[in-house]
Design a binder for this molecule. Structure first.
Ligand code: ATP
Ligand code: MG
Length: 417
């Protein structure tokens, strides 16, 4: 099929909008006789008026040929073999054109058959993600009508949405991701397909879906995204406990946290880390649970109990589908438990401000800062603890200076007189 070619006069994207190293890499590939274009997300982002975060390249060169041309190249991936070009912290992804079956509605298990430029774009998920940018002629090459869709801010799959979602159910999550991020209008049939195919999500890799969710939490559009996940009932499948909580008139609590997380992400000064962002999905549920428990029990709950309950509630919010990475979960348990140290359950008791030795304590403070944006009453408590943290003794600042480790009997009885 002959593609539509959109000239610079029409698309108006300047060469400077693209990453300089990506343009140089394309030049190197071309000089060696290969075809090479910028592809996918970055062209979409630019056409929709956003700043791309990465620039991917598609080429006719095979991975080994790419490796020979670039000293900073490593080849990665087994299921999807790719070349990574490293420039300090930045990585450019260079993939060989490949083809995929767009007609068969079966789960894709391998994706490594080389193809033509046209085959390479029609195997992609949405029309707006399937544009090439030819940097030599400064034209956009469009085989699927993605340019017009970007102009109209319209989201549709390439080919039949039922087939494309069944082939790879992660595309359903991506569908809501693009709608949430760019506020696009969605194709009606695609929306129906999303409802009808949502059970297929359980067949896909939890790690890939988890990565898409976390990327959305980091995107500054997490509130919109979770709203769409809930409305389309995808959340019922992935995070049923959270879906029930949102349905029981408690949605504003979770959404206030996501709103604040989005504001922090977009401010960009100190981006919240993954444990903080994931904790926004847990804290309102945990808080309600702990308050109920402490009302039921006669004595106040001690922090050990709170910690145990926190671990269980985190599991309940992410299971049965997700298995949180251990390191992330440990940080979440720590920062969430710390909330009940910073703001005690029994408000009549005056808290003793003592900074614990846990290295994750600053994360707890950071989360309290987020809470205080929602409930300004916590500002004073936050200031008291932050002050105490700044003035903590030297021995707590540098664990190496803690002095010799004493036996437990020494710690109980003290030195012999
Ligand atoms: P982001 O801005 O979040 O990175 P993206 O669209 O660039 O969004 P990537 O995961 O970086 O997403 O994927 C790069 C490109 O690969 C996409 O633009 C799309 O063309 C294609 N792609 C990604 N995931 C799929 C999928 N599940 N099925 C088909 N094509 C996909
Ligand atoms: Mg990308």
């Amino acid at each position: 099929m002959k593609p539509r070619r959109i000239s610079k006069r029409t698309h108006k994207l300047e060469l400077e909008c693209f990453d300089e190293d990506a343009l140089k890499a394309i030049h190197t590939l071309r000089k060696a006789g290969h075809i090479a274009y910028i592809v996918g997300g970055s062209i979409r982002d630019l056409l929709l008026g956003n700043q791309p975060k990465d620039f991917d390249i598609s080429t006719s060169a095979k991975p080994e040929e790419i490796k020979k041309l670039f000293r900073n190249c490593i080849l990665i991936g087994r299921r999807f073999r790719l070349a990574h070009l490293r420039y300090g912290k930045k990585i450019l992804e260079v993939a060989t054109f490949r083809k995929g079956d767009t007609e068969k509605g079966e789960l894709i298990v391998q994706d490594n058959v080389w193809g033509s430029p046209e085959e390479d774009v029609i195997r992609r998920d949405f029309t707006i993600n399937a544009l090439f940018y030819d940097s030599e002629s400064e034209t956009i090459i469009d085989y699927v009508g993605g340019y017009k869709d970007a102009e109209n801010r319209f989201l549709q799959t390439i080919g039949d949405p039922y087939i494309r979602f069944k082939q790879d159910p992660v595309r359903m999550i991506r569908c809501l991701k693009f709608q949430a991020r760019f506020r696009l209008q969605a194709d009606g049939r695609m929306h129906q397909a999303l409802e009808d195919c949502r059970q297929d999500l359980v067949n896909s890799s939890q790690a890939r879906i988890f990565e898409e969710l976390v990327r959305m939490l980091e995107s500054g559009s997490s509130r919109n995204f979770y709203h769409l996940m809930h409305r389309s009932k995808l959340l019922e499948i992935l995070q049923p406990v959270l879906a029930t909580f949102l349905s029981n008139d408690k949605r504003f609590e979770i959404f206030s946290f996501l709103d604040e997380a989005d504001v922090r992400v977009l401010e960009g000064t100190k981006k919240p880390t993954r444990p903080i962002l994931l904790s926004c999905l847990v804290f309102p549920i945990l808080n309600k649970h702990i308050l109920q428990l402490s009302k039921k029990s006669e004595k106040t709950l001690h922090l050990g109990q709170v910690q145990k309950e926190t671990s269980q509630i985190i599991d309940s919010v992410f299971q049965p589908f997700f298995h949180l990475p251990k390191r992330i979960k440990a940080k979440m348990v720590s920062l969430l438990t710390t909330q009940f140290r910073l703001v005690p359950l029994d408000t009549k008791v005056k808290t003793r401000i003592r900074i614990p030795r846990t290295p994750d304590f600053p994360l707890g403070l950071e989360f309290l800062e987020l809470r205080s944006r929602i409930e300004p009453g916590y500002r004073i408590i936050l200031e008291e603890w932050t002050e105490a943290y700044k003035k903590r003794p030297q021995t707590q600042r540098d664990p190496k200076r803690r002095g010799p480790r004493r036996s437990s009997s020494y710690r109980k009885r003290g030195p012999k007189k």
